[in-house]
Design a binder for this molecule. Structure first.
Ligand code: GDP
Ligand code: MG
Length: 205
């Protein structure tokens, strides 16, 4: 006899952050475990998928298809596509380049954009290019305070070496999963709850 299939759900994760902070490289590292030094500017939107298995609340596993959206870092383009890009997002990964202070300052605008479009979501902040230690242009404190202000989990990452990349994505996927589950509950119990987080789609069971 066939076993019951594991519950399966789909989740949408969106990348934000200035141009060239390493969004595409981080996704590439996470999804394919690769890094390429050639700069490939993302044209429009790139969508990747990674399947992970999470332990369920009662020890039952859930298979999550994390669909990762990556946008071109131009603000004008973002203004045009913002609502579509963030539509039904379950989590956000916000990337800054530790060698360029301006990319930390600019993250405020990106995160405000997400929040205005779809409400509060789980956020993981990736302080990227940590391998370029000699060029660091942000203080640890500034980055920590920023993450705290957005109630976000912070990781110091390198798409080049792979440091903390998998961990950062998995923390985000877990947070989005937990949040989605409780949002589902909230929607049932309190239909007028402010800014409900869209529940991930179940596509099996
Ligand atoms: P995006 O515009 O945010 O998608 O940034 P990309 O992923 O295209 O990366 C921009 C440039 O930074 C590319 O030349 C990458 O090779 C480089 N880069 C990305 N991540 C890292 C990293 O962790 N360390 C170093 N040294 N370079 C990186
Ligand atoms: Mg890119």
């Amino acid at each position: 006899m066939l076993e019951d299939p594991k519950p399966r759900m789909k989740m949408k994760i969106c990348a934000v952050g200035e141009e060239a902070v390493g969004k595409t490289s981080l996704i590439h590292r996470y999804v394919a475990d690769k890094y390429e030094d050639d700069y490939i500017r993302t044209i429009g939107t790139l969508i990747s998928k990674k399947t992970v298995e999470l332990g369920g609340a009662e020890g039952e596993a859930t298979v999550v298809d994390a669909v990762i959206w990556d946008i071109m870092g131009r603000k004008g383009f973002m203004d045009l596509l913002r609502d579509a890009y963030f539509y039904r997002a379950n989590g956000v990964f916000a990337v800054l380049d530790t060698t360029r202070k301006g990319t930390l300052e600019a993250l405020h605008g990106w995160l405000e954009g997400v929040t205005n479009a779809v409400g509060t979501l789980p956020i993981v902040i990736l302080a990227n290019k940590e391998d370029l230690k000699a060029k660091v242009d942000v203080t640890k404190k500034a980055v920590k305070d920023f993450a705290k202000g957005w109630n976000a989990t912070l990781f110091s990452t390198s798409a080049k070496t792979g440091k903390n990349v998998e961990k950062a994505f998995e923390v985000l996927i877990h947070a989005a999963y937990e949040r989605g589950m409780s949002a589902r509950q909230v929607t049932v119990d309190e239909p007028e709850a402010e800014q409900p987080v869209p529940a991930p789609d179940f596509i099996g069971r």
